[in-house]
Design a protein around this ligand. Structure first.
Ligand SMILES: [Mg+2]
Length: 399
């Protein structure tokens, strides 16, 4: 009845796949070292925008994920989702996440609940990996690669400061950079925009990748299609690999027109959530590169489906889970499992990426990160480090 002969002991492998039950969900809002986001208003520390999620089980295995939104919203969402989670089989991330989505659609689907489910889903994949002894990349279908190139995301500054902004990260070994937000597109000066990009290109040399992020999901973005078209022409002269969020995030018709005319690849989609939101953008040809955020979109289960869907439309998938070490670890595992994804986003100089784990991420001579082939996400949070950035780390880890 259950696929085994009565009286026979289950094999070790079969034992690993017997249900283990979720006993607790815990949230750790991260505070005190939030990286500058570039957005137009200051984020108060108590309103920090990153939170870790722990899922604990009756097998003594815990998994960890990360959600990108206000920690207080994640705590509230965890309370709402808890009755749907407790007692569930922790070894079925895709099904359990879909259950959470389908039972909460009237409570604000696509919003903070979806962001919180993202962290839960990542934690469940981590548990499945730890229970089976396999890396998440293998569980997601297999490893096309064992390393990926992180592009270092940095905020734009005045042109005369760009070399200084980039230098420590270049020295650290990064060979791909994305510059964004800051004054770019916000001062009504094509000259200033070009000077910023030129300064960045001069600082990294001709061989490094350079991407540009206008950040037009920022409040009251002042530009439209004509600005984006002219700016794309300028970016081509500096060998820019893609132009990200060049238009307001809902301007789908302008994205379609821009993608057709632009000599530079057009990237976007970081503010969309749920796979269903991506369908019209892919069907109508709005992106060259789609950038779902694993910590907002619904986690790895949802992100994998979006990456697969993008492939069928000839659109490249590049993950956007930059906000904590766990988001980056999830992006790395999915990069392993997607045939044409060899880049991950890495925010430069963030404590929440660089200082939460036992072993820091380290770059090889080509500026690449190894994709761990260890059980689960393949990184280990250091409880003492996490305790520096959250009010009750003890409870978070203890369950
Ligand atoms: Mg962006």
């Amino acid at each position: 009845m259950h696929g085994r002969i009565d009286g026979a002991e289950p094999t070790k492998q079969a034992k690993a796949l017997m249900p283990i039950r979720i006993t607790a969900i815990r949230v750790a809002p991260l505070q005190g070292e939030s990286p500058q986001g570039g957005w137009s208003h200051e984020i108060d520390e108590k309103d920090s925008v990153h939170a870790l999620i722990a899922i604990h089980t009756d097998a003594g295995i815990s998994g960890y994920g990360s959600a990108f939104t206000n920690g207080r919203l994640v705590e509230a969402a965890a309370g709402v989702l808890e009755p749907l989670l407790i007692g569930e089989n922790a070894l079925e991330p895709d099904r359990v996440s879909e259950k959470l989505h389908q039972n909460t659609f009237w409570m604000g689907r696509g919003g903070s609940l979806t962001h919180a489910i993202s962290g839960i889903d990542i934690a469940l994949w981590d548990i499945l990996g730890k229970a089976t002894g396999l890396s998440v990349g293998r569980l997601l279908g297999g490893r096309y690669r064992d390393r990926a190139k992180p592009y270092c995301s940095l905020l734009m500054d005045r042109p005369e400061r760009m070399a200084e902004v980039i230098a420590p990260h270049y020295e650290q070994g990064f060979r791909a950079f994305k510059i964004g937000w800051g004054p770019f597109g916000r001062r009504d000066s094509a000259k200033l925009d070009e000077a910023i990009v030129r300064a960045a290109r001069d600082a990294i040399g001709d061989d490094a990748h350079l991407f540009v992020d206008a950040g037009a999901s920022d409040a009251f973005w002042p530009n439209g299609l004509k600005w984006a078209l002219n700016t794309a022409q300028m970016l081509k002269d500096y060998g820019v690999g893609w132009f990200e969020e060049p238009l307001k995030p809902d301007a789908i018709d302008d994205f379609i027109a821009l993608r057709r005319a632009s000599p530079v690849a057009i990237a976007g989609g970081e503010v969309l959530t749920r796979r269903q939101s991506y369908t019209p953008w892919l069907v109508r040809g709005a992106f060259d590169i789609v950038q779902p955020d694993v910590t907002k979109v619904g986690g790895l289960s949802e992100q994998r489906r979006i990456a697969w869907m993008a492939q069928e439309f000839g659109v490249r998938y590049v993950g956007h889970g930059w906000n904590t070490a766990l988001g980056l670890a999830a992006d790395l595992q999915l990069a392993a499992a997607i045939s044409d994804c060899d880049l991950v986003e890495y925010i430069g100089g963030s404590a929440y990426v660089d200082r939460l784990t036992r072993a820091p991420f380290s770059l090889d001579a080509d500026g690449c990160l190894a994709i761990p082939d260890l059980p689960g996400l393949g990184i280990e949070l250091d409880p003492d480090h996490v305790a520096r950035y959250t009010p009750d780390a003890k409870r978070f880890f203890a369950g």
